[in-house]
Design a protein around this ligand. Structure first.
Ligand code: SF4
Ligand code: SF4
Ligand code: SF4
Length: 379
């Protein structure tokens, strides 16, 4: 018998197999897709830390896929989207069915599928494959671009209503009340793979050596020390920030995640229509046509792109917060921006990041009369 819970990302109550009880605080992160260079440092940082053992060879708890054609496992999102009846959004409310509501019709816990083995065989399939055709002599001007791709970095979303947890018949998956991290109890798991089928993001993975399923653990031993996860701390492009998200009605202006998600609505959940209330949020790519982005990030995407393009250059607070990404190994719980400097504070209120919002720039003359040389790169 399904219960009723409130999912703010779809703007309404929905069915879920368990009572909705939010944790004391909820792990969350924001990824800026505009800055990701697909260097895969995050993927390797996770792999060397957590999945270098036997049976884990194919696992990438963190992966970075090129959209629209990339996917690990292959085409995971198209497969799930096809399973849900077509549904739209009206005034911020999702009018279609979530994976739980679809499943209820069939007396299941969560709608989903189990990827075939070969679908896990090509972790970077579709890399740098462009949507559209570049004609000879084509010159791209303006936004969005007629041909495009972008990089989507993915980890487990440590969902508020996890599909993996809902579908496990052994109740081996639990959500920690202290930080909302979703874990698989290896002692209870019997390797039924139901979590893999029930997670729409396909983030649990089966270990054929141990006969149990495994997944991203949000680097909880680091988190317990106040340090960001491996994939977030090591990100070369500084596209990521980790923190805690409040429910919208309790959003706090000086909480970096709340500010980006709830207050400025710049960062959006990935496929909110699945219904799991995922807690990794994305700043959408500004060069990609709106219909694709709307399907992926929901109805707020055009406003988010507009904010990114129009507000960031002249908005000291937003600009300050965005340059603070990747500036400290510690979790930044609070921030403020004053006189063109962004300050980040850890959970104990200690200053752990101090970043100028504008870098000084020196413009040199094209012709240097002292050395009698011409400079091509003058900034
Ligand atoms: S390390 Fe950062 S920039 Fe590099 S692929 Fe991962 S998310 Fe993108
Ligand atoms: S992303 Fe998947 S594995 Fe992670 S908590 Fe959500 S449903 Fe579970
Ligand atoms: S949070 Fe930790 S375990 Fe999860 S993908 Fe990132 S590095 Fe891997």
């Amino acid at each position: 018998m399904m219960k009723e819970v409130y999912n703010w990302q779809i703007g309404r109550r929905m069915k879920y197999p368990y009572e909705g009880k939010r944790p004391k605080r909820q792990f969350a992160a924001v990824f800026d897709t505009n800055k990701c260079i697909a260097c895969q440092t995050c993927s390797v940082a996770c792999k060397t830390t957590w999945t270098s053992g036997r049976g884990q060879e194919y696992m990438y708890w963190n992966n970075v896929e090129t959209k629209p054609y990339g996917g690990y496992p292959q085409a995971w999102d198209f497969r799930v989207l096809e399973m849900l009846p077509a549904g739209g959004w009206k005034d911020g409310v999702y009018t279609g069915k979530t994976i739980f509501e679809k499943a209820e019709e069939q007396k299941k816990k969560a709608e989903g599928y189990l990827p075939a083995l070969e679908e896990w065989s090509y972790p970077n399939i579709g890399e740098d494959e462009i949507y559209g055709t570049v004609e000879q002599g084509m010159h791209i001007e303006g936004l969005p671009h007629p041909v495009w791709f972008f990089y989507l970095a993915r980890i487990c979303n440590h969902c508020t209503y996890p599909g993996c947890l809902a579908s496990c018949p052994r109740q081996a998956i639990y959500k920690r009340p202290e930080d909302g991290v979703v874990l698989i109890d290896q002692a209870r798991c019997n390797g039924y793979k139901e979590c893999i089928a029930g997670c729409p993001y396909k983030k649990p993975m089966f270990n054929a050596t141990t006969g149990r399923s495994e997944k991203c653990v949000a680097c909880y031993p680091k988190m317990e020390q106040g340090i960001q996860t491996q994939c977030i701390e090591q990100c070369i492009g500084k596209i990521r920030i980790q923190g805690w998200i409040s429910p919208p009605e309790k959003a706090e202006e000086d909480n970096p995640i709340d500010y980006l998600v709830h207050i400025r609505k710049l960062a959006l959940p990935l496929y909110p229509q699945f219904g799991t209330e995922p807690n990794v949020y994305y700043i959408p790519p500004i060069h990609v046509p709106a219909p694709f982005l709307r399907q992926m990030f929901g109805p707020g995407v055009e406003e988010a792109v507009r904010t990114y393009r129009e507000s960031v250059p002249d908005d000291p607070v937003l600009k300050g917060l965005l340059v603070m990404f990747g500036s400290s190994p510690e979790i930044i719980s609070r921030f403020r921006v004053k006189a063109d400097v962004a300050y980040g504070y850890n959970g104990k209120g200690k200053l752990v990041a101090r970043v100028p919002t504008t870098e000084p720039a020196v413009v040199r003359k094209h012709y240097d009369s002292r050395l009698d040389v011409y400079r091509i790169d003058i900034t």
